[in-house]
Write a protein that binds this ligand. Sequence first.
Ligand SMILES: Cc1ncc(C[n+]2csc(CCOP(=O)(O)OP(=O)(O)O)c2C)c(N)n1
Length: 515
Amino acid sequence: MTGADSLVRTLVKGGVTVSFANPGTSEMHYVAALDRVQGMRCVLGLFEGSCSGAADGYYRMTGTPAATLLHLGPGLANACANLHNAKKAGSGIVNIVGEHATYHIKFDTPLTADIEGIAKPFSHWVKTSPTSKTVAKDGAQAIQAARVSPGQIATLILPADTAWGAAQDIAETPAAPAPAKPSADAVTAAAKALTTGEPGMLLLGGRALRERTLELAGKIAAKTGCRIQGAGSNARLERGAGRVQISRVPFVVEQATAVLQGTRQMVLCGAREPAAFFAYPGKPSMLTPEGCTVTKLAGVEDDCEAAIEALAAELGALNVPAAGIAAPKRPDKPTGKFTLDGLGMALGATLPENAIVVDESITTGRGFFPFSAGAPPHDWLNNMGGSIGFGTPVAIGAAVACPDRKVICMVGDGSAMYTIQSLWTMARENLDVCVLIFSNRSYQILYSQLADVGAPNPGPRAIDMLTLDRPTLDFVKLAKGMGVEGAQTHDLEGLTKQLQWAMSQKGPYLIEVVM
Ligand SMILES: Cc1ncc(C[n+]2csc(CCOP(=O)(O)OP(=O)(O)O)c2C)c(N)n1
């Protein structure tokens, strides 16, 4: 057995059964081992950011890490932006990076780079495996590290001779430590905060946004009168009819402070104290109202469900019916010219049961939530790391993880171009993804950002950095060139028809919304 064989077998035995790969020479033994070992699904990405983003989406939907396979320092560097997003989302990934054979590194040949140096800021755990005899054990440790709550990036660097040299055996993956239960003190403090009689808010993030935890939060809200609020962006929010309805802290500072205004007692569960995305001259960085007391019940790494359950028990709320449950309700099918609300309605009117919405709609979709609050139950995935190019890769991972569920991937045209190759992987794997491109032919968000940072009235050169209209991008043709069928739509009626058709079909499809 080679080191590569021992590693692949260790991965499969440890529950890592999908690998999102873009290999090169140094990973050839690992690639060859994939054919000799049963149980590993291998998905080729044509850019490493597709692979790391796909592993992120896979973890969000399964709670189990996938592996990547990346080619030395440059391959890892290409993957880093989406590794960053995955790290912020608390997604576990076994991030495997090939390296030159140990004895070859000193010759400083073209692909030689400081792989550990590149990996460290984007990883929680980094190890270069020293020999083919230890590579299985190192792989098992990487799986364990990736599984540490809420999920971690574990980067395992594999010199080529660790793959082709002889191995001893496969390794057992040790169990990851269970997430911490809340301390009695934290529960008492949170209960006290929500029963002072002052306006209270339970701010939820991470695993606290799953159906059961939301229901418990709804019971607490019913019992204490506190508001429940979701964080600004979330790895996975379970929403729709029959679930406790939740909104997110808005991106725009003035809107966020308006939502939080009046809160005197804020209890955090799986969320951090809300902060503005960026600093803007004259605007606050922290969004919590002045004089508001903040109490941490549980961090994102803790057992949020146990924490909310303990809080509900402490408050005597367990048998109270939950407040804020969304009734089944869909908007009417919209007609006429595109408006942002109309787009939200089209989505709300057509979202199928159990859909997974990957949201990289940037400015277009900020107000979509109310229109789908009463749609059939679905999951909503946001970018947590702010690095655009997250949407289509995460959709790949979600679709691989949940082949029986429709994935709807909403992307701004600017964001779509960062990782457009993901369409090819969707076609090759026949993934059930409907990609909605919002073609406003600009980096729309940056117009408001110019003004917000105190640089209004942009000149033609500045405007040129924000527009995508010269030449215009034709996403239907781009998709076709990568094996994905699609169509343009020019009004809401056309969009709704396209969406209905796409929802009734299996497989990848792209709709370009020409705004
Ligand atoms: C990796 C990376 N590069 C650049 C940015 C800055 N940025 C944020 S949003 C954005 C434009 C997004 O355009 P689009 O997806 O078309 O959405 P719109 O703003 O038009 O709604 C850019 C360039 C970023 N966040 N991440």
